[in-house]
Design a protein around this ligand. Structure first.
Ligand code: ATP
Ligand code: MG
Length: 357
């Protein structure tokens, strides 16, 4: 459906993409992963000509969209794009945001555009918000509207650039659910994402980008469980960390839990394992640390580390209030599930480290 040949992109003398060649087939759901700055966004933006590629060919159904004679606007309409920030018009109602493209560019009647817009809003679960303004919607809802707006243009392929990274952790799943639904309906998509679990479950191909190109192109099972090339291995097996500062005893436990949950989902933890980690964190914070620290409180830095290669999870608490004695308390934690899940606890003044099984 789309064939890319020797695509190159330079900014001045700085080369970002070199000789990318690949083919996207109808129904493909391609997740694009890779380190920050490797050119994922640039690649997407080159595909629908938001950036002008320096050289190469992008063939859509045999037509090169970089050819000077090509009807760029028409071809570009075949590619919808959903951005990190939703880019809705704040002075227009939701339904009007969706009708705008079909009326102005596809020359549909207002009635046609309205009827179809309502159907799309229903599909993304937001029919009841049609007459609201964007500012009256949550981030997750706005992103679902942005997806409906893109679909209203009947694109052959939808490109997503980190569609959930501007959202609160609690809203990520509603947007991913819509993308998952599109995938199941056979929509062709390319998705730049940091949500590894999602990439693994939703796509049939994963591009790992590095060294100015598509460094490894494999099915998700292979990329995540048995990556072939050295840099992919390094990326997949990297130890990932999540940090949080507990400012006082009234910190927001629910937000903290939601963030840990998001982090661990990305590391492919299942729900049972995530709940175990949440329970252990809560026990350690309230029953070991808080109960040992009396009235005076100074911030405690929390770090959760996960090494995929060793399949090892480590929790560290750092702060002035951490005293050696806390380890005994931690040893004696009441809940059996916690005791059963901990491999090792060590505590020195200033640091409590817990290794999980
Ligand atoms: N308009 C521009 N002018 C000059 N350099 C740019 C421009 N846009 C991007 N770059 C550079 O090109 C490289 C690739 O950027 P790009 O945004 O595509 O990376 P990315 O993989 O999407 O990163 P991230 O995961 O952080 O979003 C970076 O080194 C970036 O600094
Ligand atoms: Mg980017």
């Amino acid at each position: 459906m789309i064939k890319i040949e020797n695509l190159c992109k330079k900014y001045g003398d700085f080369s970002v993409l070199e000789n990318i060649s690949t083919e996207i087939h109808k129904g493909d759901v391609v997740s694009i992963i890779g380190p920050s700055g490797c050119g994922k966004s640039t690649f997407m933006r080159c595909l629908n000509l938001l950036e002008q590629p320096t050289s190469g060919k992008i063939l859509i159904e045999g037509q090169d969209i970089l050819d000077k004679k090509a009807d760029v606007n028409k071809l570009r309409m075949k590619m919808g794009m959903v951005f990190q920030s939703f880019n809705l018009f704040s002075h227009l109602m939701i339904i009007e945001n969706i009708m705008l493209g079909p009326v102005n560019l596809l020359k549909k009647t207002r009635q046609e555009a309205y009827d179809e817009g309502m159907q799309l809003l229903e599909m993304v679960g937001l029919a009841s918000k049609a007459m609201n303004y964007p500012d009256e919607l949550s981030g997750g809802q706005k992103q679902r509207v942005a997806i409906a707006r893109t679909l209203a243009m009947h694109p052959d392929i939808v490109l997503f650039d980190e569609p959930t990274s501007a959202l609160d952790p609690t809203m990520v799943s509603e947007v991913l659910a819509v993308i998952r639904k599109l995938a199941s309906q056979g929509m062709t998509m390319m998705i730049v994402t940091h949500e590894m679990n999602f990439a693994k479950n939703v796509s049939n191909r994963v591009f790992y980008m590095d060294e100015k190109g598509i460094y490894e192109d494999s099915p998700p099972q292979q990329i995540f469980e048995n990556p072939q090339r050295p840099k992919t291995k390094e990326f997949i097996y990297k130890i990932r960390t999540y940090n949080y500062v507990i400012e006082d005893k009234k910190f927001d436990l629910y937000a903290f839990n939601a963030e840990i949950e998001g982090f661990l989902k990305n590391q492919l933890f299942d729900e049972k394992r995530i709940n175990k980690v949440l329970l252990i964190c809560e026990e350690l914070i309230y029953n070991c640390i808080f109960s040992a620290t009396g009235e005076k409180f100074s911030p405690i830095s929390f770090t959760l580390q996960y090494s995929q290669q060793k399949d090892e999870t480590q929790i560290d608490f750092l702060g002035e209030l951490i005293r050696e004695g806390i380890a005994d308390k931690a040893d004696a934690i009441s809940t059996s599930i916690v005791r059963k899940s901990v491999r090792d606890i060590s505590c020195t003044d200033g640091r409590l480290t817990v290794l999980l099984l």
